[in-house]
Design a binder for this molecule. Structure first.
Ligand code: XMP
Length: 578
């Protein structure tokens, strides 16, 4: 399909969110690198330039083809996109030193074109350092905030529009109206997109791409591989589609049975002992991920060879979704925060030979769910919270040291290091444990800024002994520790479901840390979060009665000496602890 709208990716985490919002409005949109030449965009009805972390004055900052702005194609610049537009057309962008992050009040000056139907004062979400200080010739200022005089600008005759705030996020309630105004009134887009209506087209594509060959899948139990596998089953029939599920022993309680129940024909490769023994001595998070990645390659390679899937009449099916394709190709700029192991090296040959089919590669996650629903897949399968490929291994923290906790004026430092993210880089630091839930959510970032040796704050909800008596001891990934974590995770999942709390959060990792007392050497950390896409996240506080019931059940697990509650947002934490 030719997209009506292209979102030019200027390096911001928001570009996919913009494209998703456009698609939600029924218009097919794709993401492309910001430098895409205008010759490749001439049949678009409009172009949106996304936000980005850069300043137009940084030498390596993303740029656009300047001809875009005189091409006659309507353009909407968002955040950094507004600054790029102003800079390219002779306006003035002023370098900011502090920036503006968070909610702001927007005063509308002209409620026409993209601000049509929006009046008075509006809440918007801002996230920027530089500002446009003078509009280019021929532009009008459409709106301002207290700290940002040019919060929206336009030159409607030329089809150029820009906003400094983020219309694509939920914190900007009038944002959808702005996008709608741009798409339908300015660009003249016509609705052409409904993912559920794509099932037949995708099946046809699968038939055309496979020809008379067969498809095999490694099914993980996650949404993407399940929907991709089912699409191929539907398109080609069960004789021509094979699925294998690798049981790594790192999955949640009941996972293998769940997969078996949902996919009757699936073959299960039991690799539990193999993974456990490979991981026996690992304590470093990157090392754990590396070992798991390698083991996956070994096991998958073995399956490929033993089942003759490398013969020419087989191709590999994968559940790759749209953001994955952009990330692996485009965002070379993004620092390695954690090594993801999605691309198995042993499968490289099939990829090089083009013997691969990715039926979901132009869809976003919610669209994949819509396709799954359309095909009648079970809601428990489609509405699952994301679960990382390396499974419980990255939620079972290890330690090389034996040490007590360090008392500080603010709480106790638990010397178990976990991964975090600061700016675009990774941190690996101990955790601050405090004894009470703080009065406000702002107290947590304040503590982390103050004590820069930590990247997370947890509340000690319950400890078997006074917290100052707890200790961290050396620990690796053992079957016993994984079982403890699996039990704790199953309890948390059962209770969140019973309380219908699972529908209110995006993800709820449960983490095991080697911090204990007496004969019980581990504690559980609860980490419920809100997020849109996993790129950023907010820690959420669950209702007190749910936490009480949960803690009561968790402390009954033999071997558990404490229950902690992670209050850290991402950044500076990550969602997983690793
Ligand atoms: P972090 O911990 O980086 O996680 O804030 C962001 C989101 O990504 C998930 N995640 C993974 N998913 N394979 C996956 O399929 C992985 O290796 C992996 N690591 C993290 C994590 O659960 C969260 O939703």
């Amino acid at each position: 399909m030719t997209p009506q709208i292209t979102v030019l990716d200027a390096g911001g985490q928001y570009c996919h969110l913009i494209a998703r919002k456009v698609r939600d409005l029924g218009i097919y949109a794709e993401v492309a690198p910001s430098e895409t030449p205008v010759s490749l965009l001439c049949d678009r009805k409009g172009v949106i330039i996304s936000g980005g972390p850069a300043s137009v004055y940084d030498p390596a900052s993303p740029t656009i083809d300047p001809a875009l702005l005189t091409s006659g194609i309507p353009v909407l610049g968002i955040c950094y996109g507004q600054q790029l537009m102003a800079h390219a057309l002779g306006g003035h962008v002023k370098k900011g030193d502090r920036g503006e992050y968070g909610l702001a009040l927007l005063d509308i000056i002209h409620s026409d074109t993209i601000l049509h139907g929006i009046e008075g004062r509006q809440q918007v979400w801002m996230s920027h350092r530089d500002v446009v200080a003078a509009v280019p010739d021929g532009f009008d200022v459409l709106a301002s905030t207290e700290t940002c005089a040019i919060a929206a600008m336009s030159s409607p005759q030329r089809g150029l529009f820009a906003v400094q705030f983020h219309p694509e996020v939920a914190h900007t309630p009038c944002g959808l109206t702005i996008l709608r105004n741009f798409l339908f009134d300015v660009c003249g887009c016509e609705k052409d997109w409904d993912p559920a209506g794509q099932v037949e087209a995708v099946e046809n594509q699968i038939r055309a791409a496979t020809g008379n060959r067969n498809v095999f899948f490694f099914v993980s139990g996650g949404v993407d591989s399940s929907v991709a596998y089912t699409l191929c089953l539907k398109a080609l029939g069960p004789e021509r589609v094979h699925g294998t599920y690798v049981d790594t022993g790192l999955m949640r309680e009941g996972e293998t049975e769940f997969v078996r129940h949902n996919f009757k024909a699936i073959q299960i490769a039991d690799a539990r002992n193999e993974f456990l023994s490979a991981l026996a001595a690992a304590t470093d998070p990157e090392q754990k991920r590396h070992i798991i990645g390698e083991k996956f390659v070994d096991v998958q390679q073995r399956v490929l060879e033993s089942e003759h899937f490398l013969d020419a009449n087989w191709i590999l099916g994968q559940g790759t979704i749209y953001p994955d394709t952009i990330e692996s190709g485009g965002t070379a700029k993004a620092d390695l925060i954690k090594t993801h192991h999605n691309r198995v090296a042993g499968i490289q040959r099939l990829i090089e030979e083009g013997r691969i089919i990715e039926p979901l590669s132009s869809f976003y996650k919610d669209e994949v769910r819509a396709i799954g629903r359309q095909m009648g897949l079970a809601p428990e399968l489609l509405d699952r919270q994301p679960f990382p490929g390396p499974g419980l291994a990255i939620r079972c923290l290890c330690s090389d040291i034996s040490s007590g906790l360090e008392k500080t004026a603010d709480g106790y430092i638990i010397p178990v290091r976990s991964v975090g993210v600061q700016g675009d880089s990774r941190t690996y630091r101990p955790v601050l444990a405090i004894e009470e839930f703080p009065a406000t959510d702002e107290d947590v970032p304040r503590l982390i800024n103050k004590l820069d040796q930590v990247n997370r704050v947890v509340v000690a909800v319950w400890t078997a002994v006074p917290i100052q008596e707890m200790r961290v001891e050396p620990a690796t990934l053992t079957a016993d520790r994984l079982n403890l974590l699996r039990r704790a995770d199953a309890i948390v999942r059962k209770l969140t479901k019973q309380a219908a709390y699972d529908a209110l959060i995006w993800q709820f990792p449960v983490v095991l840390i080697p911090c204990g007392a007496l004969n019980d050497h581990n504690s559980v950390v609860l980490r419920p979060i809100h997020s849109v896409d996993g790129m950023t996240a907010n820690a959420v506080r669950m209702p007190a009665d749910l936490l009480k019931t949960m803690t009561a059940e968790l402390r009954e697990i033999k071997g558990i000496a404490g229950v902690f509650y992670d209050l850290t947002n991402k950044p500076p934490g990550t969602i997983e602890w690793e």
